[in-house]
Design a protein. Structure first.
Length: 728
């Protein structure tokens, strides 16, 4: 589907004339010549093109500003109506009015989503027209429109302030209480303890950047946005303070390997702080310990001031003793808390010293949390702008780069300046998705809320089992040093978006995938480790690039990702992504047994043509590759051995008949021998075929009806012939 058709398909009803006249301007580019290779644009045509595109850009910006003002006004009206409703003590008067406001607030959520999509698709249209013009015309208008885009900031609008107010309105509707209480429902002040311990079990999901705003409004209908700093309510800035973590490891990557291997008791040690280091001196030292599969992770942490961090990492015991004495002096009844602090601090110092752990990798992201304060049953968090940065300093003998001068515990040249374009390209990687984490703490026997099930099946998210920021950061930043890779890395290769993030990571991911397929699987299988070679899944058809162009804030010609732009993709409904490798790469045996019909015909994939109603489009979905454990290969081998056992027993019986039997016995022995040999060949062929399917990450079919049926009938016929000859 061409972008012009996609633009028409995505238009919001009633706003059709407010979009960029993409097809009209595109026809103008083609009107002067039948060839697009060299359009003979003169000054008159050039002036017409620039004026038309500039007027369309101004139209979009004006309409966007108008809609923002109307949304703000509608939110103010809803807030005022709630104040008026709460002045009435009669519940019979309140309920109908609240129902009407609830409908308006739901409409506001859809309105904000539509406006964000409107800004996104129009920004894409402008960029594509400018690129198309400069590709075929000798005049270049890119620098001009980069300046104009800076003057028309609709494409980088921050909607967080609106979402926060929307959260308050939804809170009022849910609780049906006074606005003062409702507005504070999503505000909480975290309690401060010397030592904190959490037992957490959660599920993580990848979220396309296109779906972030829609996902937030979906969650706000059920949970309020959690804000830890009440001052942020007075401004849309700082609602989601950045979270920075520095992970420790050594040159052997011991903690990384244990985490990838899913070893019980595998530890992750990190230093974490919230916001800029200029605004806070509180650093949390955390340890996460892998528990059993169904238990989750055990997290312990304590807080130190920044001035003590370097000495703590160097193993100085007096730092711990000083802080323990402060805890005891602060509260005479806090001996248990002080003892827990001391025990955890000494344990971490011993681990750091014994394993020679050093700052290895940094992660940065902005987190939006959704939770009812005081209610830990349902907690959702959405991490955006996830970035990985190298922190190692002279850790590897062949890398003399100094990143932390004078033995500092963190890089002085990195704070919260996303997207960190000032850093060397090899030191930074930007994650191309947002990460949603769902934490449920439900009583035994309780069911997961229906709305969470609806969210998971909505197509807005895709499950990312066992995703770890520490593991991903280490794998992507130290790709030449790791021997085992997380399985989700193959998913990154399936993306062909032309965003700066994807372009930046493309070469690294390709190298990782090659290494993964050639070396990592061998190491993993030899050590019975749960890691698997992945093959690329089917790629979506990329129709536009909203971020692969210079930002207006950047010098002309510099490729920088706009702060709020996204990429629009339309997916092909092609089910051939699970096809086996080319036959040229297989042996003759695979060619023969590829003809065997494994399973029933209805197991085969079928292409379906869906007719969607106007205004409804297929949501962008991230295709997560199938993970294959070593036990799958072992199961295939056990099936093969079962067939071999049957064939050997039958063969031994048939040889005995041939050697010791009479004429009829020899005939029966020959028949059983043929069946035995056929079973041997069939068993090996089935084993090889299934092995190919597993290695290709095919979804199936893995069952086989024809083979066992033929063998059973052959045995039945052989026994019948043997009995007939004997009786005759």
């Amino acid at each position: 589907m061409k972008f012009g058709a996609t633009l028409e398909h995505l238009q919001v009803k009633g706003w059709e004339d407010k979009y960029v006249a993409y097809n009209t301007i595109k026809k103008l580019l083609k009107s002067s010549s039948t060839s697009e290779e060299n359009l003979p644009f003169g000054e008159a045509e050039e002036e017409e093109f620039v004026e038309l595109l500039d007027s369309e850009l101004e139209k979009v910006n004006s309409f966007h500003s108008q809609q923002m003002q109307e949304i703000q006004q509608s939110i103010d009206d809803c807030t005022r109506q709630i104040d008026e409703i709460n002045q009435h003590e009669d519940i019979t008067v309140q309920q109908p009015n609240l129902d009407g406001i609830a409908e308006r607030v739901n409409h506001l959520a859809d309105w904000i989503n539509n406006l964000a999509n409107y800004a996104q698709v129009n920004y894409t249209a402008v960029i594509k027209l400018v690129k198309k013009h400069d590709r075929h015309v000798q005049y270049h208008v890119r620098p001009l429109f980069m300046i104009r885009l800076k003057q028309c900031p609709f494409w980088k609008q921050d909607y967080e302030g609106l979402l926060l107010r929307l959260s308050d309105l939804f809170g009022v509707i849910r609780s049906e209480i006074s606005p003062v209480s409702a507005l504070s429902a999503s505000y909480t002040q975290p309690e401060q303890h010397a030592t904190e311990t959490f037992l957490r079990k959660s599920t993580k999901y990848f979220v396309s950047l296109d779906n972030v705003l829609e996902l937030k409004t979906f969650i706000l209908r059920h949970l309020p946005m959690l804000v830890y700093d009440n001052a942020t309510r007075k401004s849309s800035k700082g609602i989601n303070p950045p979270i920075t973590s520095i992970y420790l490891d050594n040159s052997e990557l011991e903690l990384y390997n244990a985490k990838v291997d899913k070893e019980d008791g595998a530890q992750v040690i990190r230093l974490r702080w919230y916001g800029s280091t200029k605004d806070t001196n509180k650093i949390y030292i955390e340890r996460k310990v892998q528990q059993e599969e169904d238990t989750g992770e055990l997290k312990d942490r304590f807080m130190l001031k920044e001035k003590y961090i370097k000495d703590f990492l160097d193993g100085r015991r007096e730092v711990v003793e000083k802080n323990v004495n402060k805890i005891r002096a602060k509260n005479a009844d806090s001996n248990a808390e002080a003892d827990a602090f001391e025990k955890l601090a000494y344990e971490l110092q011993d681990v750091i010293k014994s394993r020679n752990l050093q700052p290895m990798a940094r992660t940065y992201y902005s987190r939006t949390a959704f939770q009812i304060p005081g209610d830990s049953r349902h907690r959702l968090s959405l991490d955006t702008n996830l970035t990985m940065i190298r922190e190692d300093d002279h850790l590897f003998p062949d890398d003399p780069t100094s990143r932390r001068p004078n033995g500092e515990w963190r890089r002085p040249d990195v704070d919260v300046d996303f997207p960190f374009s000032e850093l060397p390209p090899d030191d930074v990687r930007r994650f191309p998705y947002a990460v949603l984490e769902i934490k449920l703490n439900l009583p035994p026997g309780s069911r997961t809320p229906a709305w969470i099930g609806e969210l998971i099946s909505s197509g807005l998210v895709e499950e990312a089992p066992k995703f770890s920021k520490f593991v991903h950061a280490t794998a992507i930043l130290f790709e030449r040093r790791v021997h085992l890779l997380p399985f989700w890395l193959a998913q990154m290769e399936s993306e062909e978006e032309d965003t700066p993030v994807a372009q930046e990571n493309a070469n690294v991911i390709q190298a990782l995938s090659r290494k993964y397929s050639q070396k990592s699987v061998e190491v993993a299988m030899q050590n019975s480790q749960s890691i698997a070679k992945m093959t690329p899944v089917n790629k979506p058809a990329n129709i536009t690039n909203a971020t692969g162009n210079a930002s207006p804030d950047a010098p002309v010609g510099q490729q920088v990702e706009p702060s709020s732009s996204r990429t629009i993709n339309v997916h092909n409904t092609d089910h051939s992504s699970m096809a086996l490798p080319p036959k040229s790469a297989k042996s003759w045996f695979s060619v023969i047994f590829s003809k065997l019909p494994l399973g029933f015909p209805n197991h085969q994939h079928r292409d379906e043509v869906l007719s969607l109603p106007p205004g409804v489009h297929i949501p962008q979905k991230i295709s997560t590759p199938v993970r294959v454990e070593p036990k799958v290969f072992f199961a295939n081998e056990r099936t093969y051995f079962s067939w071999m056992t049957f064939a050997v027993l039958l063969g031994s019986f048939s040889v005995a008949l041939v050697n010791t039997g009479d004429k009829i016995g020899k005939i029966a022995g020959l028949m059983y021998t043929m069946i035995s040999l056929s079973t041997l060949i069939y068993g090996y062929g089935l084993y090889y075929r299934r092995h190919e399917l597993i290695m290709a990450r095919a979804s199936g079919p893995y069952d086989d009806v024809v083979g066992p049926t033929v063998i059973c009938f052959a045995l039945l016929i052989a026994v019948a012939i043997n009995a007939y000859l004997k009786l005759a």
